[in-house]
Design a protein around this ligand. Structure first.
Ligand SMILES: NCc1[nH]cc(CCC(=O)O)c1CC(=O)O
Length: 313
């Protein structure tokens, strides 16, 4: 019999403090409450500040290191200060620290990117040379590949900060994840969703993952009830692809797996940061083979890439 949490001994949910991170933590808590018939007071949301949250004035790649937004949260998990950590899987390194696992994935939100602009309705309407802001190497590379004429500028900060920069006229358009906007109740700022054929999303975009201590059987049992099989199969294939490319969310890599019954279609793409070259491919196979398909597709794209392609620094 699993020991259930109670208000004297609440499950501590670790999260970053951004509005999006908090929304994700609340969604996880609400799903756990519904699955197990628990009250909100059986949970405690613990906000943890990460290096990535603290250093706002420099491009992410300069601050360096993977797990910029996750390390402090994982340290708290390992130290027993929290019981679970809620993450955007898009931001997660492909390897977890010794002693931690992620095997709980919530049902996936819209995986697409949103086109955000007050003046223009779609990428195709942007005038020659228009200034577009994005902090994502992937989005910038994909956009540059389609529209080399555009003027792409770095655009860091959380969703609210980026929207403010648009208002101030720093750029005429930007891209955000549909999933993030949906979870923030801000879908109205999207002028439209960009079709994955036009802009393949980041690996694991729109997927919330829940991390726990590997040896915590009580938490494992609680999380098993809210884990979504389709999300797990898709994200497993995408992350195997990413892992074989040694990628992180700061490299121009895109990947999307879709399920049709038990048939999985995995698309992947690697780009030069300036968009001058795009190498893309796909695999179709049984869903149970997703990880092998991801590795295999990554190896194919690597093999097709020129020797200097991975000089991304
Ligand atoms: N790197 C930031 C980040 N990480 C996850 C999301 C959105 C939510 C998701 O993809 O699950 C965002 C913001 C964005 O890309 O607009």
């Amino acid at each position: 019999m699993t020991q259930m949490p109670d208000p004297q001994n609440p499950i501590r949910i670790g999260t970053r403090g951004s509005a999006l991170a908090l929304a994700q933590a609340h969604e996880t808590r609400d799903r756990l409450m519904a699955a197990h018939g628990l009250a909100a007071k059986s949970f405690e949301i613990v906000v943890i500040k990460t290096t990535g949250d603290r250093v706002l004035d420099r491009p992410l790649k300069e601050i360096g290191g993977k797990g910029l937004f996750t390390r402090e949260i994982e340290d708290a998990l390992l130290a027993g200060e929290i019981d679970i950590a809620v993450h955007s899987m898009k931001d997660m390194p492909t390897i977890q620290p010794e002693g931690l696992v992620i095997d709980c994935y919530l049902p996936r939100e819209d995986v697409r990117d949103a086109f955000v602009s007050a003046r223009f309705a779609a990428i195709s309407e942007l005038p020659q040379g228009a200034v577009v802001g994005s902090s994502s190497l992937r989005r910038r590379a994909q956009l540059a590949a389609r529209r080399p004429d555009l003027n792409l500028v770095e655009f860091r900060g959380n969703v609210q900060t980026r929207l403010k920069k648009l208002e101030e006229g720093v750029a005429v358009a930007t891209f955000l994840a549909m999933a993030g906007l949906t979870r923030l109740g801000m879908l109205h700022v999207a002028r439209g969703a960009v079709d994955p054929d036009e802009m393949l999303p980041a690996v694991a975009q729109g997927c919330i993952g829940v991390e726990r201590r590997a040896d915590d059987a009580r938490i494992a049992a609680l999380l098993a009830a809210i884990s979504d099989r389709d999300s797990a199969l898709r994200v497993t294939a995408e992350r195997a692809f990413l892992a074989r490319l040694d990628g992180s969310c700061q490299t121009p890599i895109a990947g999307l797996a879709e399920l049709d019954g038990d048939r999985l279609r995995l698309r992947g793409e690697i780009l030069r940061p300036d968009g001058s070259e795009v190498i893309a491919g796909e695999r179709i196979g049984p869903a149970s083979e997703g990880a092998a398909m991801g590795t295999d597709l990554a190896e194919e794209l690597r093999g097709r890439a020129p020797a200097d392609f991975f000089d991304w620094s």
